[in-house]
Write a protein that binds this ligand. Structure first.
Ligand SMILES: O=C(O)CCC(=O)C(=O)O
Ligand SMILES: [Fe+2]
Length: 303
């Protein structure tokens, strides 16, 4: 069973009282599953439809046109990852989908000549990105409250946040396991983010339950799917669970939108003193959101 959480409408209007209520509503799911549907988020459904439309238009472009936007270290990994471009973290093949990333850049790394260039096909996606950034901030404030911290606890780590919006396309004609024998289109992983907010136009996403079994995530009209990721699990010393997930081999064309709510470049994430002690020693090593992110992206996209 996937938990369902009612939100009090669009995040722009949430008071401390409402954030506290959200923290209470989602607390069990954060501690146990690490994933849940959110309802009444107030983000217009039409906008999500428009994002799918512009995503589809982009993926229909000729390969050489899409290739102009190729994601690389020079683009701070914004842009296009063609079929067969992203290596799997778990097998010797590549992920069986095309991907695109929009988002912010950091001055800590070489800047792309024009960020707008990477965003030019996606005006509606950028609009959605802004809504999801606010929703991510609201959910994170609720997470802080749920962990017994101040609502602004994480704010100091999100001054110039490197949030990402991913737009994935899994074609029914794409091999399910480019160069490998596995039966999924995206290998099991935990996201390198605080939390991820996802929408899919067709089922295909699986999440791993605390008992190790996998369950399919259905499409629920009007609801968004939310899961916690590495940084929240690490900061909370495992009090809140990061949800491993994967995408199964698709039977029909499928698109997904995943928004990854991330801190600044170069933040060190380690179990918080307030949540560790002699009885609860740190379960996770410190992780740097700059160098480790770049290292992972380099290994996934390296030639
Ligand atoms: O396509 C999906 O549903 C999930 C994609 C995903 O997990 C990711 O891009 O991190
Ligand atoms: Fe993911």
């Amino acid at each position: 069973m996937i938990p369902h959480v009612q939100l009090p409408g669009h995040v722009a209007g949430w008071t401390l009282k409402e954030k506290t209520a959200v923290a209470a509503e989602m607390g069990d799911a954060c501690r146990h599953e690490g994933f849940f549907f959110v309802h009444d988020h107030g983000i217009p459904t039409d906008l999500i439809g428009e994002v799918y439309s512009e995503t589809q238009l982009f993926y229909r472009l000729p390969v050489e046109e899409k290739g102009k936007y190729e994601a690389s270290e020079k683009s701070q990994f914004l842009g296009y990852r063609g079929l067969g471009r992203e290596k799997s973290r778990t097998h010797s093949g590549t992920e069986a989908c095309e991907q695109y990333r929009l988002g912010n850049t950091t001055h800590e790394l070489a800047l792309p000549e024009s960020v707008d260039f990477y965003h030019e096909h996606f005006p509606k996606s950028l609009e959605l990105f802004r809504h999801l950034t606010h929703l991510g901030d609201g959910i994170l404030a609720a997470c802080a409250l749920g962990l017994g911290l101040e609502e602004d606890f994480f704010k100091g780590y999100l001054g110039r946040p490197l949030h990402r919006l991913g737009l994935n396309y899994y074609g029914a004609s794409h091999p399910s396991d480019v160069g490998s024998k596995v039966d999924y289109a995206m290998s099991p992983h935990v996201d390198l983010s605080l939390l991820t907010i996802l929408d899919q136009d067709e089922p295909g996403l699986d999440v791993r339950n605390p008992d190790g079994t996998w369950q399919e995530v259905p499409t629920v009209p009007g609801a968004l799917f939310l899961f916690l990721a590495d940084y929240v699990q690490r900061w909370s010393n495992g009090l809140y669970r990061a949800a491993p997930h994967r995408v199964t081999a698709v039977r029909c064309d499928r698109m997904s939108i995943q928004y990854k709510h991330r801190p600044d470049y170069g933040v060190v994430v380690a179990p918080l003193d307030a949540l560790t002690g002699p009885a609860d020693p740190p379960k996770y090593a410190p992780l740097n959101t700059g160098s480790e992110y770049v290292a992972v992206l380099r290994s996934l996209l390296g030639r």
